[in-house]
Design a protein around this ligand. Structure first.
Ligand SMILES: Cc1cc2nc3c(=O)[nH]c(=O)nc-3n(C[C@H](O)[C@H](O)[C@H](O)COP(=O)(O)OP(=O)(O)OC[C@H]3O[C@@H](n4cnc5c(N)ncnc54)[C@H](O)[C@@H]3O)c2cc1C
Length: 375
């Protein structure tokens, strides 16, 4: 099916993808220009954005990610939903492991702990089972469904059309814009934003734009029930060698084997043994008496080769903007990325090229121009 120019709705920005990236941008642009969002699935945030661990950790990730996370936390610190419930709240993050691994992973903002201090904070930890620990006290938990709903409501309130069951199936350059077919809808868009997560490279191809080499990686998590509940104030605890993590949850605990296995873009599901493998490793370090697996899921964390998100106009695709490759940082960077994307889209590519609209060093680090598959 191809959209015709006559039936197409005119917008300034068409966002492809209704996960946290696309919804944050729709909410940021709402009321500032004509925006529509198309989501392939019958509901918003069906894929990775409904499968995260809901933790925002300022010390996690390379420096540009840390800067984006600090900005996101600054904005979300006082945010509340329509019923006045806070969207984020303090939730400390602790690394444990060998001295070398903890030192290597303890980024700025983390404080070294003695083993006694670590076990006082997390009594389930066995002091003889790890050498070193470090703590991030600025880490927060986010209510991911509430944050997604917050952005959805803000976008809808300003007339942003959010179209579900609308996969982009055709795109052609018409005049100064794009004529896009998505499900039964048609759009004439001055700019298209690619916020399609694991499918971002496939969406680029639909627009005749070269792929950036974005690779989806599987990651599984599960809610498990416990014989004895964890204190809700217990920090999230992660192995410094990235082989497992757990944190308290009203159901008992959330656990993950922290795997990072390349995958094709798909509706990923856990494999037999994934969760049990994590539990075996966790049991070696902590006394968590797991009584059952309540629910397990797998999501795809998608990154380019250098592990940084991709934000900016495509070097060769006019009016084609990337907001992808957020890897394991999609929630913690979401507000800062949406702000930066909105500023660049509203200024236009020309303003960026001429320097009329300056971009920060961090934004330059995220520019799609940098990716080697293009050179
Ligand atoms: C187990 C796990 C734990 C995680 N924990 C955290 C955490 O604690 N903190 C954190 O910050 N991040 C975490 N992440 C990462 C975070 O969840 C992701 O970075 C984020 O959800 C990515 O959001 P997105 O909007 O880019 O992608 P998605 O949520 O996947 O959204 C992309 C959307 O695009 C749609 N789409 C694809 N193709 C088309 C098309 N042709 N037409 C229309 N729509 C299309 C898809 O259907 C999809 O809904 C975790 C991830 C996993 C898997």
């Amino acid at each position: 099916m191809t959209a015709t120019t006559n039936s197409a709705q005119d917008v300034d920005v068409l966002i492809v993808g209704g996960g946290i990236a696309g919804l944050s941008l729709a909410s940021e642009l709402a009321g500032r220009c004509r925006v529509a969002l198309v989501e392939a699935e019958p509901s918003l945030a069906y894929h990775t954005s409904s499968r995260s661990a809901q933790q925002l950790i300022p010390s996690y990730g390379p420096p540009p990610v840390q800067e984006l996370t600090r900005r996101t936390l600054e904005v979300l610190a006082d945010a509340a939903d329509g019923a006045g419930r806070r969207l984020v709240w303090p939730s400390r993050f602790m690394l444990v492991g060998s001295r070398a691994d903890v030192e290597a992973e303890s980024h700025e903002g983390m404080r070294a702990l003695t083993r006694e201090e670590a076990t006082r904070l997390v009594p389930a930890l066995r002091p003889g089972a790890f050498e070193a620990a470090a703590l991030d006290t600025d880490s927060v938990r986010v209510d991911a469904p509430a944050l997604l709903a917050f952005h959805e409501e803000r976008a809808r309130a300003h007339g942003v059309g959010l179209h579900v069951g609308a996969p982009v199936h055709s795109a052609q350059r018409v005049g100064e814009g794009w004529l896009v077919g998505a499900g039964a809808e048609g759009f004439h868009a001055a700019n298209v934003v690619n916020a399609a997560g694991a499918w971002a490279d496939d969406v680029a191809v639909l627009f005749g734009v070269e792929r950036l080499g974005l690779q989806p990686y599987r990651r599984t998590a599960a809610l498990v029930s416990l014989a004895a509940p964890l204190d809700p104030d217990t920090p999230m605890v992660a192995a410094a060698d990235d082989t497992w993590y757990f944190r308290p949850d009203p159901a008992g605990a959330l656990v993950s084997p922290s795997e990072s296995e390349p995958s094709r873009a798909e509706d990923a599901v856990p494999r037999p043994g994934d969760v049990e493998a994590a539990l075996a490793l966790i049991r070696a370090v902590a006394d968590l008496e797991v009584t059952g697996i309540v629910r397990a899921w797998t999501g795809l964390r998608t990154s380019p080769q250098d592990g940084l998100p991709v934000l900016g106009f495509d070097p060769e695709g006019p009016g084609f903007f990337w907001l992808a490759g957020q890897g394991g940082y999609g929630f913690q960077t979401s507000t800062a990325l949406a702000e930066a994307a909105a500023a660049q889209l509203l200024a236009g590519p020309e303003a960026l090229r001429t320097g009329a609209s300056p971009v920060s060093g961090t934004q330059r680090a995220l520019d799609p121009h940098r990716l080697s598959v293009r050179s």
